[in-house]
Design a protein around this ligand. Structure first.
Ligand code: SIN
Ligand code: MN
Length: 200
């Protein structure tokens, strides 16, 4: 389990072993049934290539009205609760004395990506953001706290966990591409990224 620090991003390679990854996928199944993945639209009207849903008291959404957290899925139901296994990872790695209230679930199918962005829709940036990679490899790019400038990239593999806290909390980051079919964790391929945040 290598620990890597890249521009303040605390990257725990292989933090979750294969059985733990399989257990998490099993926990996610009923969540994805209750709160199905949907394709979000940016405020400018562009369809995102990732599909998305959330667990927790708040979910992150985007549509023509903007980026925000809300307490219901776009189809109207409240979000499912965050599984205790996932909260345990947050407790173990962040040491924060508050639980996350949002677990954003992003699914990257073939060709999906996520442009460079900051996580800045939360009420208090002193809480870290924790991200869990499951399934196919992803080329993760890290930039600066302002737009532009040099960036650095690292491949994230299934079971890796990244903690963005302190100076890295507001750094630009994104996923250039995934290596579709590189992992056998998800039967149909692709990648799931779980992002835990204290949103409200
Ligand atoms: C995100 O920043 O929302 C997702 C990052 C990732 O997929 O690794
Ligand atoms: Mn992000």
């Amino acid at each position: 389990m290598a620990k890597l620090l890249l521009r303040g991003f605390d990257i725990r390679k292989g933090h979750l072993d294969t059985p733990a990854q399989i257990a998490l996928i099993k926990r996610l199944r009923p969540i994805l049934q209750a709160a199905p993945l949907y394709r979000p639209v940016t405020p400018s009207g562009r369809e995102m290539s990732v599909r998305m849903t959330s667990a927790g008291s708040l979910g992150w959404v985007t549509d023509r009205s903007g980026y925000r957290y809300q307490d219901t899925h776009p189809k109207g139901a409240t979000w499912p609760v965050i599984p205790t296994e996932i909260l345990g990872i947050w407790e173990d790695l962040t040491g924060a004395d508050r639980q996350p209230d949002c677990c954003l679930i992003n699914y990257y199918g073939e060709g999906a990506r996520m442009g460079l962005h900051q996580d800045k829709d939360e009420a208090d940036f002193s809480w870290p953001v924790l991200s869990i990679s499951l399934g196919d490899d992803a080329l993760f790019r890290i930039g600066n706290t302002t737009r532009g400038g040099k960036t650095e990239s690292i491949w994230l593999n299934s079971g890796d966990v990244v903690i963005m806290g302190g100076p890295a909390r507001l750094a630009y980051h994104g996923v250039d591409r995934i290596r579709f079919g590189s992992s056998r964790l998800l039967p149909k391929g692709g990648r799931i990224n779980l992002t835990l945040r204290v949103a409200g």
